[in-house]
Design a protein around this ligand. Sequence first.
Ligand code: ATP
Length: 271
Amino acid sequence: MTKSVPSDPQNSPPLLDFHNITVLRDEKKVLDSVSLKVGAGEHIAVLGPNGSGKSSFIRTITRENYPLLKKDMRFKILGEEVWHVSDLRENLGIVSADLQFTFTRNTTGRDVILSGFFSSIGLFFHHDVTAEMNNKADEIISFLDISELQNRPMRNLSTGEQRRFLIGRALVHEPKALVLDEPASGLDLFALHRFRDTIRKIAQSGTGIIMVTHNLHDIIPEISRVVLMKNGRFFMDGKKEDILTDEIIGGLFDVPLKIKEEDGWYYATGY
Ligand SMILES: Nc1ncnc2c1ncn2[C@@H]1O[C@H](COP(=O)(O)OP(=O)(O)OP(=O)(O)O)[C@@H](O)[C@H]1O
């Protein structure tokens, strides 16, 4: 059965409440005693260099990674410690390049969106697609402006086009938050522009955003909080304008650089 979670951010439990979480993969600590609380409806970016543990963090949210059991750990999502993965996926819309890779096949874009109702990779004979599901898919397809692409197989769509169908799939359950892993990778300038507009609209509608990235320019103006990650640890967490400075970001990536801000967007230059 689907868990019911209150939708009013003021009265909702935190989206994430992690305390002292350690994850081992082949004896390597990919997350090393991390703690992070993210409020309902909050928009945050986790920024870190290659190999810092960002994807491991996302896989821990999506319960593909499990933390070591410790006495004082907390591992809550939307107020709950224990989740069935399918319930979790209804509450969190996940978009990642990993997921996109699994969908690069003959499934049509529309079926990719509909498969979100069944937490499956594509539609199969036992999936009973109702009129209500089809109506929701139509609504999302119109919101994302992908109606002309909907009947094409995913493998014939560009990276940016595929990404929009994955966002559509993530939206079918009207999730409490979107969880985005390097969401803009592989997009050209036009696709990036469309993608950012879409994520901004979703953020403005009150859906929480948790984005991991190594690119400053993925951080949409709606994201006000930035957490820095290195070597499997979160080592700084604060307001975007306090964190995105020449010294701090230059130190994070070990390269001298200058940060520029324009209309709420941040860019690194001079490296
Ligand atoms: N299964 C595994 N076994 C051993 N080490 C692993 C495993 N998976 C990830 N790692 C290591 O854990 C560290 C964190 O990897 P992760 O993919 O989370 O980093 P990332 O910040 O997402 O990197 P990128 O930006 O390059 O995608 C890396 O050093 C990686 O080599």
